[in-house]
Design a protein around this ligand. Structure first.
Ligand SMILES: [Zn+2]
Ligand SMILES: [Zn+2]
Length: 365
């Protein structure tokens, strides 16, 4: 049932003439509004087994959402988006934030009722063909929120939403393809995963960034491009959320191995420390390894090569051992490392003086 199609033509015309969409729900004629509410209430109560008062239904239907760009979304202006947003509000998957995305300018009557949220998503998806509603509905079938979990149904809705270009669905289906999702009938296909994650990331879908970074860093499903992988990691770190610590730990590992960035023990240790503070288990394990002496592997090694500041040692003895190492002497690499370090704005000792000191020490020892 499409409520908008049931509206009397006169009421619909009156809405179109309304110069302020903000006032659209108020512009609905009382009789049409009452009928729409009654239909909504009957269908909602029948499908979800909930018992909503007429006043509560009135509250739900009268809600308007202020979306990005200041667009006011109401049942009259964009029913698909309206139902999808309403479901999100009810299930509290989005928190009203006046500074950023969504504000509810009318009171919604039912919070934290997953069954009603599922119903709103289904309305958005099935009746109004709204891509975001389809992705939300898919998520309900995936997690079993408000409806019995049904992985094949979830995957089918994700596919429909992807067909309409929904970024959240692209990201989720992308991660399904990355590992395979047998209950939903998805066979692992890393190339397809990267394709979907790339599309989602281009549309600014945050959830796609970390798995995509991982693909570029490991070369899974795409030609390895560690520099791009690191750039994606930095985007994840900038916007703090639950994947931040994992991204910091991964960045630490990149600095440790010189993957996509110049190897840099200071940066590696700093990022690893932050990730460990954030509770990342991988970082907690990695920290002692990152703090190892480059020459003898003892830990923790606190002294840095004070010229390039890229390698760490127990003491001057180990530093000299590395500087004059038989097969891979640090004196052959330090200059290049120091240049990179200066470009990154690290403060190092004056190069000439440092070389002189090392030369003197080498002779004395
Ligand atoms: Zn050492
Ligand atoms: Zn050095």
């Amino acid at each position: 049932m499409d409520l908008t199609k049931r509206r009397p033509a006169a009421a619909a015309a009156a809405l179109h003439r309304s110069p302020r969409p903000r006032a659209s729900s108020a512009a609905m004629e009382p009789e049409a509004r009452r009928r729409a509410c009654e239909e909504f209430r009957a269908k909602l109560c029948r499908d979800t087994g909930t018992n909503l008062t007429a006043a509560a239904c009135e509250g739900l239907l009268g809600a308007t959402f202020e979306c990005q760009g200041g667009e006011q979304v109401s049942l009259q202006s964009n029913p698909g988006r309206f139902y999808s947003r309403l479901g999100e509000m009810i299930s509290m998957t989005i928190v009203p934030d006046p500074a950023r995305e969504t504000t509810v300018t009318a009171r919604t009557a039912l919070f934290l009722n997953p069954k009603v949220a599922w119903w709103c998503y289904r309305e958005a998806a099935e009746v109004h063909k709204h891509p975001g509603g389809m992705a939300n509905l898919a998520s309900c079938y995936y997690t079993g929120a408000g409806v019995e979990a049904n992985p094949p149904e979830a995957v089918a809705w994700y596919h429909k939403a992807v067909g309409l270009g929904d970024p959240a669905a692209q990201a989720t289906l992308g991660t399904f393809y990355l590992t395979g999702f047998a209950p939903g009938g998805v066979v692992k296909d890393a190339a397809r995963a990267v394709e979907l994650l790339d599309q989602a990331a281009e549309q600014g879908e945050f959830g796609a960034l970390f798995p995509l970074a991982d693909c570029y860093l490991t070369g899974e499903g795409v030609e390895k491009d560690a520099v791009h992988g690191v750039a994606l990691l930095r985007q994840v770190i900038e916007k703090e959320d639950e994947s931040t610590a994992l991204a910091q730990a991964t960045l630490a590992s990149c600095y440790h191995h010189g993957d996509g960035v110049e190897a840099d023990t200071v940066q590696a240790a700093a990022w690893c420390q932050q990730a460990a503070t954030g509770g990342d288990a991988q970082a907690i394990e990695m920290l002692p390894i990152i703090l190892q002496c480059f020459f003898c592997s003892a830990t923790p090694a606190r002294q840095l090569c004070n010229r390039c500041r890229k390698v760490r040692y127990c003491d001057r003895q180990c530093q000299l051992g590395h500087w004059n190492h038989e097969t891979e002497p640090h004196k052959g690499h330090c200059h290049r490392a120091a240049e990179a370090s200066q470009q990154e704005g690290h403060v190092g000792a004056p190069v000439g003086m440092y070389c002189m000191l090392l030369a003197i020490c080498a002779k004395v020892l």
